[in-house]
Design a protein around this ligand. Sequence first.
Ligand SMILES: *Cc1c(COP(=O)(O)O)cnc(C)c1O
Length: 358
Amino acid sequence: MNALRLRDDLANIPSYRQGKAAPASQPGNEIFKISSNENPYPPLPSVQHCIAELTSGINRYPDSSGAVLVEALAARYDIESAHIVLGSGSVEIVSQLIRATSGPGDEVLFAWRSFEAYPMLVRAAGAKPVMVPLNAEHGHDLDAMIEAITERTRLIMVCNPNNPTGTTVPLAELQRFLDRVPEHITVLIDEAYQQFNRQDKAPDGVQLFNERSNVTVAHTFSKAYGLAGMRVGYAIAPASLAQAMRAVAIPFGVTTLAQRAAVASLEAEPELQLRVEALVAERDRVSAALTAAGVAFPESQANFIWFPYGEETIRVAELLEERGLLVRPFAGEGFRATIAETAANDRLIEVLSEYAAR
Ligand SMILES: *Cc1c(COP(=O)(O)O)cnc(C)c1O
């Protein structure tokens, strides 16, 4: 019998499941980890150079305010720096937002299935996750989300494009939704995959932030910018909320290396944009090939594709694993596969086409 007194409400919280690590590849039999939506490109030389230069200074604490990065972001988006909050990845930004708005007795509303971290972060704050099922097209059911609002709702999270389904919310629908959300409720637009969205009239979270008093945007350097291992993300939030988020942030949570790598990445945006374009082209190539082979899946506007194989999910994921592709399966629902190196994408097309033709 454990005598330690722990919070009862934490007993059933699942911990975050990381995508399987790829074992070492054998010559001629490369194994690809396409389970975590990572950018397959190595860091830019300029970013690697700036990280290398800084390592001799890591006996010192970082600038806790991240002033240089905050100023660079303020200039990038033409907003005041008071609106910018940094976090150790945008996972920490989501956590700050939840804890700044919600506690025991409060409700945080989001679609499901969506980002796996949401339910556990809400419960870690002692608040209640209210999860509204996606519609039949694997997208947000915004009308059902409006209906799920109660007196206790403090925060609504809209993941756009949605992880893991890759679906998007059209601007007109999102505007109509925001018109109906009471102004005292914060709406987070999680734009971790925004750079990959080629939808006509895609919502721009920063513009919605500028237009409305209760909209907050979360961005990350982990995906399009390829800095997942550095851990840095940010929010653009109304000033009062930004201040509350800083109050619940972990001091010194964003390292000097992460801050500087992010600044270097902002400076290298045109170069990074070419990589994003290449990944979008690969996504479209994979989508077209699989559609032609008779594989059904929702159109993705992110750097991954959702394959709703239902009861066949684990079987197909195992087939892929036998062929060196590690995807992210959700038993009984589907799996998510990241658009990665061309060789990995080719193999995904091959295996799923074979399965469709069996
Ligand atoms: C990957 C991801 C994030 C953030 O990841 P960090 O590495 O913590 O910045 C946030 N939201 C969604 C939906 C994601 O998929």
